[in-house]
Each structure stands twice: as C-alpha cells, then as structure tokens.
Design a protein around this ligand. Structure first.
Ligand code: BDR
Ligand code: CA
Length: 312
C-alpha cells in the first residue's frame, strides 16, 4: 500500500522536484497539495503546483491554498534569484491553465478520511501547517506522522548565518509544529545541502521517454544550479532540499538520525536558528532529526524512480 501524502509546499524548484518525485514513486500516493507563500507568493505557488499535477496526469488531486504571510507582522522576502520570478526557473504555467481550488477545511476532511494512513510533509514555511494544528487539533492527532524540511544543526543557515529559510520564515509557527507534532521527522539543511543532483543525472532524466517532466527538467535545473554556483563557487551539483523530505518517507537508508527535542529561536538577531540541548545528561527527545545523508543511496533511489517506468 503506498503511503498517502498530504504535501504542504511553496514551489519553488526543489518543491517542484519533490512533487514530481512523489507522483512518480509507486510507494507514494499524493492525496492533496497545500500551497503557501515562501519561495514565491501563495498564488504563484498554487499555479505552479496545479501545472505540475496536470503534467503528471493528476489534475484532480485537491489543491488547497494556505497562508499568504507569516504570523509576524513582517514583509515577506521571496527568492526569485534562486527559483525564478515565477518559481520554476524559466518555466511558466500556461496562462489559460484551469484548475479547481479546495477550501482549507479540505485538510480536515482528508485527515478524517485517511486517519493514521495519512503522512503530512511540509517543505515550506511553517505558517499553514501550524494553522491546521490550531484549527484541527483532534484531527491532527489522527495523522500517522509528520515530515518537515527545516532547520540546520551543526551547520550554518542559508538565509542568515544562523537560520534556514523555512524555520526563519515563521519561527513561531515552526515552534508550534515542533511542540505538537507526533512521529515527527525533520530533514534539516545539514542533510539536504548534501543532497545534490549533478548535470549528468538531469541529462539522463531529460532523455527519459517515460518521465512527463523530461522536457522541462534541464532548463529548471540549469537555472537553479547557476544560482547556487554563484553563491557557492565550485559546487558540482545543486542541493534539492525538499526532495529528501519526501524520499525519506519511504527510504530508511538515505539518512542517519538522532532523537532530540528541536526548538527555533524567535528573537530578531538569531531568528530562525534551530537548536537542541546537547548538554551531557540532557534527555533524548521525540523528534527524529536527520543528521547525515548517504549520497550514493540518494542518487540511486532518485534514478530508480525518475528514470524508471514504475507508476504509469
Ligand atoms: C528550503 O527553503 C526553501 O527556499 C526551499 O524550497 C526549501 O524548502 C531550504 O532552506
Ligand atoms: Ca520549499
């Protein structure tokens, strides 16, 4: 039985690859996509998700628009230099693309329908998922487990020296999730930074006759890779952060974990910094935190799913 996935995201190039992967891996079944502000505006993220679902032959998967801004009264920073003005590099959804949007309460309905079979994955800012926790406390307890891309441990951040973008975007909401989510796994930047795809893997994907995204993957990747190379000269590939968060739902051997209670700093100077209590004698916590990535396994799983013909 494939794992039922409700994905909260902000596509975004790495979110887009996560959506593609989820649609193509027979061990995963995407049952809903919740779109929010983050890499791009909520509206752009929503249109991008709709386009990717339609290209993947799944236009009927419910799309549920979420938050347009964080709970802090701050202006949102978007990242066109990394993800493109429209979020998928040079690719734009057709202007006449038709798609249906579902109300926020669809989240409650999906949980009540799938109960503990449902896995919630959040690869965006934390605002929308925290809101679902506030609104649907009883239902959230029914969910099988939660996976977040967020934080950075024993490693620098990406939007500030201390903070990773998803936890920096709305640290109050991140803390809410870290406190209340059960069976929680996080794949932070220290692991996702190592999850890089190289141009040869992308060439192979673009030559695939079974991958519905084959014709667009090269321009998308090239845009993202160029941006990363400008930031970090000498990179041999581009890290596809959000992809890892989906992959670990069905692959136990891609990363190694430690168990701690993670928290996020909300004060201005260290805003978004994630931390755990490492003092000797401190208790182990409830959150499974990915700490090290096995790149060989990551690539071989990616190729198996994206170059194969398993689902269609
Ligand atoms: C995370 O921030 C976003 O910009 C990416 O899509 C990813 O979810 C990496 O820090
Ligand atoms: Ca994201």
């Amino acid at each position: 039985m494939p794992k039922k996935i409700l994905l909260f995201c902000d596509p975004g190039i790495d979110d887009s690859l996560a959506i593609m992967y989820t649609l193509m891996d027979p061990r995963l079944e995407l049952v809903g996509v919740v779109t929010s502000y983050g890499n791009v505006t909520k509206e752009t993220a929503t249109a991008n998700a709709a386009y990717l679902l339609s290209l993947g032959g799944k236009p009927n998967i419910p799309i549920i628009p979420g938050a347009a801004q964080p709970v802090q009264q701050e202006e949102v920073t978007y990242y066109p230099e990394i993800h493109g003005e429209e979020g998928i590099g040079p690719i734009r959804p057709p202007s006449d693309l038709k798609y249906r949007l579902y109300p926020f309460d669809m989240i409650r309905k999906l949980i009540e329908f799938y109960k503990d079979e449902l896995i919630i994955v959040d690869t965006g800012r934390s605002t929308t998922l925290a809101t679902a926790f506030i609104l649907y406390k009883e239902q959230m307890e029914m969910v099988g487990g939660f996976y977040l891309m967020g934080g950075a441990f024993f490693a620098p951040g990406n939007v500030t020296p201390l903070a990773e973008a998803n936890f920096h975007g709305d640290p109050t909401s991140s803390n809410y999730i870290l406190k209340f989510a059960h069976n929680l796994t996080i794949t932070p930047l220290n692991v996702t930074n190592a999850a890089y795809l190289t141009p040869d893997v992308i060439d192979a994907m673009s030559a695939s006759t079974t991958n519905p995204y084959a014709s667009m993957i090269k321009p998308i990747f090239n845009y993202y890779y160029k941006a990363y190379k400008e930031k970090v000269p000498g990179l041999v590939g581009a890290p596809i952060h959000d992809l890892v968060t989906l992959m670990v739902v069905v692959n136990d051997n891609i990363v190694e974990y430690i168990y701690y209670d993670a928290k996020v700093i909300e004060d201005i100077e260290a805003k978004g910094m994630s931390y755990i209590d490492l003092r000797p004698g401190a208790k182990d916590g409830k959150t499974r935190i990915a700490i090290k990535l096995n790149h060989e396994v990551f690539i071989s799983e990616f190729k198996k799913v994206m170059l194969g013909n398993q689902k269609r």
